[in-house]
Design a protein around this ligand. Structure first.
Ligand code: NAP
Length: 323
């Protein structure tokens, strides 16, 4: 597995998002043993950039990850996030220094570690100036509890303000063949400032793999059932995108998931997607995308895919991004 840099943090080019092992998706949490085996296999394969958050579950996803890496802490890059759980009793997102100081100790305990490699603000808190939040994160770096800091779904201007207080290693935002939003402002700003981009949902929450053509296989509680891109006519229209990805995949001798990841890696250095899966076979498939090279012609075709129908999040979640 080749590596890349997020600021001064080296990570493998492909990581593993563990969120879906406990939250949001069909079957989440049903078989913790399979999830733990998948995480351990990831470490064996060099997929050592492991991404979770306090709010996944909440808490249980960090606990699961902590159990899985027991005895192997030094082999992995642990990334987690704060800010969507308030520890001060305030409603809504809470990135006040008081809440962060409580949050970090909980995450360290659940992950079974004395340091978090990459600690992200999960969403920008409109009621707390970013300078205050990053000042608290700088204190955590000085205390050795956190090694690098990140933001998630932050606007370019917020990234600049944060970076002026303490170097930001990475911004984690949704970026994939059907969500190109970061290309307009965020990605150029990150390049200018030497900050990495961690694309979340790089497989379009599973849609770009071609495995989801109807909602029939998803549980009643699956988050995607209420996502605009997975519902009604949008779902039918968006299947055209997957069919186009599959055409390229067939040419390359790869799977659509691998093409979706290889396209992200082809966007340049400092980009480290974190596809999520509970399954070892899919982990192996996704990590093998590191070795797939797309031709300029294939990249151009993928750049010109039919645009996605539907917003990438339902309201009010859309209101919380690009702040
Ligand atoms: N910062 C944020 O706000 C934010 C938001 C969302 C997610 N994230 C992070 O990003 C990570 C990844 O995002 P995500 O899980 O939402 O979406 P994703 O990685 O785009 O897709 C995950 C889905 O695809 C399926 N899948 C994975 N590999 C596959 C393959 N090769 N073939 C067929 N299906 C495959 C998974 O199912 P199985 O598990 O059944 O394989 C799961 O349903 C999360 O784990 C989380 O750490 C961050």
């Amino acid at each position: 597995m080749q590596s890349t840099s997020l600021g001064r943090l080296d990570v493998p080019r492909i990581g593993l998002g563990v969120m879906g092992m406990s939250a949001y998706y069909t079957g989440a949490g049903r078989d913790g043993a399979e999830s733990i085996r998948t995480i351990r296999r990831a470490v064996d394969l060099g997929v050592t950039h492991l991404d979770t958050a306090e709010v996944y579950g909440p808490y249980v996803n960090e606990e699961l990850l902590g159990r899985a890496i027991k005895g192997r802490r030094d082999e992995v890059v642990l990334a987690t996030k704060f800010g969507l759980v308030s520890h001060t009793g305030r409603p809504g997102p809470d990135s006040t220094p008081a809440s962060i100081h409580t949050a970090v100790d909980g995450s360290l305990r659940r992950l079974g570690t004395d340091r978090i490699d990459l600690y992200y603000q999960h969403r920008v808190d409109p009621n707390t100036p970013i300078e205050e939040t990053v000042g608290a994160l700088r204190d955590l770096v000085e205390a050795g509890k956190v090694l690098h800091i990140g933001l998630s779904e932050a606007a370019a201007t917020t990234v600049r303000r944060a970076h002026a207080v303490h170097p930001v290693a990475a911004v984690q935002s949704e970026y994939s063949l059907w969500t190109r939003d970061p290309e307009a402002e965020v990605l150029p700003t990150l390049r200018e400032l030497g900050i990495g981009l961690v694309p979340y949902a790089p497989l379009g929450h599973g849609f770009l793999t071609g495995d989801i053509r109807t909602l029939d296989g998803l549980d009643a509680a699956d988050w995607r059932r209420s996502n605009p891109r997975f519902t009604g006519d949008n779902l039918t229209r968006n299947l055209r995108i997957v069919d186009q990805v599959r055409e390229v995949a067939d040419e390359v001798g790869a799977t659509p998931a691998q093409v979706a990841l290889a396209w992200l890696l082809a966007q340049g250095d400092g980009i480290a997607p974190i596809p999520g899966t509970k399954r070892i076979d899919r982990l192996e498939e996704n990590s093998a995308a590191d070795g797939i090279r797309l031709t300029p012609g294939q990249i151009a075709r993928l750049n010109n895919l039919t645009p996605a129908s539907g917003e990438r999040h339902a309201e009010p979640d859309m209101a919380a991004v690009d702040q």
